[in-house]
Design a protein around this ligand. Structure first.
Ligand code: HEC
Ligand code: HEC
Ligand code: HEC
Ligand code: HEC
Length: 487
């Protein structure tokens, strides 16, 4: 029986259908208005009126206006997650990989180096690492204030106060009492209107030198550029230790190397092989550009700061962390595969890169000690130069990849290619050195004891007991006078 027949046999049913339609339309109306209301509620949650003062560095003050963002930001204190190669648990990398002590011999990284953890810890970790030493007076070294540059919203405040040049030139310890709030709201947001903003002069200046005006960057670009203020390769230029991003010739490992070579720049001289070395920092932004996600316009925040829906409100998670601890709100927004498959995609790339990286570490350790043996046998500087150049180039390539903590997933092909070139150069260095050593009648070279971090540190002559004792003294005597409130 058709609907038409049914209605003609039951005259009341027309009315029934009419009323049912009215009811459905009414309910749809309520639903629509509730969605609109929620949307505006969500929008309200984004930008309520605030009375934040310029350079407000206290994150908890911002938290009063933006409780969801603040609460999720606080979660960066969490140190319970470990993925196969990363995560937010602090890990003593020199202990798991004593080769690195040798690669950094003569440089502060050989004393202490741990895996990065959440933003909440930035100030505390910088205070406590042996790399910043134990300055008992504000003027004492060993580091410049530039070392604070990527740790705190107090940095833009102080730069506004005293000018970038004077800030960078000051000593690390003299700025210690000023830098008390860890990476937070004022590092990425303009307190007037909550838009994303660039607070670090070095990023602005690097773009300016390339003729680009960063203030014209689009919204999606800004969702990466805020990270590029810190997660990049940098160096301290000249006597004034002026924080500079070395991008004038481009952002690849080769481009940046030729920039440094053009200045004959070196970060330090290797204490075993006497090579003038480069230390890569964390070129995550640079390497990310070379990967498929960067090339397709995906932003750092898409994977590290996903949107979260809570009640009717959508907000950005400020728990910046490994996306593998939140696959369903990151990768799965764009990919349909299972969580397990996506995780394995990451691990597969990281495992293969790690194998190349570990091999290059071993070759480099041998090269440094063979160079030492060649020096010890009285080889002159000119004969050493070709091998030392190759060691510098090989280790730059290793460090560029190792220091970019996310590079093996962000840009696996680029990283594999850089590491392969590094391996070739390190092996070439060893071939050069082998011919020098053969000429000197040396067929056996002493290698360091790599059975533990302690034995590796001893091999390069580090007196760890004294360093640790001095640091403890500093923590007891000086640190309490710096502001206690780390949040
Ligand atoms: C490392 C950079 C960074 C830091 C630090 C940071 N934010 Fe954000 N914030 C972002 C990004 C990226 C977005 C997403 C912006 C967009 O896509 O429009 C965002 C968005 C927001 C929004 C807009 C609403 C939303 O949730 O999307 C608010 C409000 C906000 N943040 C508050 C805060 C507060 C409060 C703090 C400090 C506790 C803070 N932010 C720290 C980068 C940061
Ligand atoms: C003001 C400088 C600064 C900014 C801006 C910044 N970071 Fe960081 N980030 C750091 C420092 C410093 C650490 C290491 C902290 C530690 O280990 O004490 C870190 C650590 C991390 C970690 C490791 C944390 C973990 O739990 O595994 C990730 C991931 C990360 N940042 C991603 C980002 C992303 C994505 C952005 C942009 C949305 C960003 N960061 C913006 C300085 C910064
Ligand atoms: C397509 C997703 C994606 C994008 C986009 C992305 N990352 Fe990552 N990132 C990852 C994954 C996956 C890892 C590996 C995490 C792990 O091994 O636990 C990672 C790791 C990292 C790490 C190391 C974390 C640690 O615990 O050591 C940092 C730092 C980082 N990314 C920063 C960035 C920055 C800065 C950008 C933008 C320039 C960015 N990421 C863009 C997916 C992404
Ligand atoms: C905002 C969207 C977006 C997010 C989030 C995202 N991806 Fe992708 N992903 C893409 C795009 C776009 C491509 C390029 C595919 C293309 O153009 O055909 C891609 C490519 C890939 C590829 C193939 C690349 C290669 O090396 O061959 C893998 C694997 C992948 N994504 C894994 C992940 C994982 C794991 C995560 C989470 C950590 C993630 N993606 C997060 C958009 C995204």
């Amino acid at each position: 029986m058709s609907i038409k027949d049914f209605i003609s046999r039951n005259p009341w049913s027309g009315w029934l259908l009419f009323l049912a339609t009215v009811a459905v339309v009414f309910l749809l109306g309520i639903l629509a208005s509730s969605i609109v209301e929620r949307r505006s509620e969500a929008r309200y949650a984004y930008r309520p009126p605030t009375d934040l003062k310029p350079f407000e560095t206290d994150n908890s003050v911002w938290g009063k206006f933006y409780p969801r963002e603040y609460q999720s930001w606080l979660s960066t204190a969490d140190t319970s997650f470990r993925s196969k190669h990363a995560g937010n648990k602090s890990l003593d990398i020199l202990a798991t990989d004593p080769e690195l002590v040798i690669l950094w011999a003569g440089y502060s990284f050989s004393k202490d180096y741990s895996q990065a953890r959440g933003h909440y810890w930035a100030v505390e970790d910088n205070r406590n690492t042996l790399r910043t030493g134990a300055p008992m007076t504000p003027e004492a070294g060993p580091q410049p204030a530039t070392c604070w540059a990527c740790k705190s919203p107090d940095v833009p405040r102080m730069i506004d106060n005293m000018g970038a040049e004077s800030f960078y030139k000051a000593s690390w310890a003299s700025m210690g009492p000023e830098i008390t709030n860890t990476i937070g709201c004022a590092d990425c947001h303009n307190p007037e209107n909550m838009t994303l903003t660039i607070t670090r002069p070095a990023l602005r200046e690097a773009f300016e030198r390339q003729g680009k005006d960063i203030s014209k960057a689009g919204h999606q670009e800004m969702r990466s550029l805020v990270c590029a203020q810190c997660h990049v390769e940098y160096y301290f230029k000249g006597e004034g230790k002026y924080l500079t991003f070395p991008w004038d010739k481009g952002m690849t490992a080769d481009d940046i190397e030729s920039y440094y070579d053009s200045y004959s720049f070196s970060d330090w001289t290797h204490s075993v092989s006497r090579t003038p070395m480069l230390k890569a920092q964390h070129p995550d932004y640079e390497l990310f550009q070379a990967g498929i996600h960067g090339q397709r316009g995906v932003a750092c925040a898409d994977c590290h700061m996903p949107y979260i829906a809570e009640g009717g409100v959508k907000y950005t998670s400020h728990h910046v962390q490994s996306p593998l601890n939140m696959i369903s709100s990151t990768c799965a927004v764009c990919h349909r595969q299972s969580e397990e498959e996506l995780r394995n995609n990451v691990y597969e790339r990281q495992d293969k890169i790690a194998a190349l990286r570990n091999y290059l570490e071993e070759v480099l350790v041998s090269a440094h000690y063979e160079a030492k043996a060649a020096w010890d046998a009285g080889t002159d500087e000119a004969s050493m130069k070709p091998s030392l150049d190759l060691i510098r180039q090989a280790q730059w390539r290793w460090d560029f990849c190792a220091a970019s903590h996310g590079g093996s997933f962000h840009a696996p092909l680029e990283v594999a290619s850089i590491l392969s070139n590094g391996i070739i150069k390190a092996l070439e260095a060893r071939i050069e050195l082998a011919s020098i050593l053969t000429g000197k009648g040396i067929d056996k070279v002493m290698m360091p004891d790599l059975s533990s971090k302690a034995s590796a540190q001893k091999s390069i002559g580090l007196d760890m007991e004294t360093l640790i004792r001095e640091k403890e003294e500093f923590k007891k005597q000086i640190l309490p006078s710096w502001d206690k409130a780390v949040i």
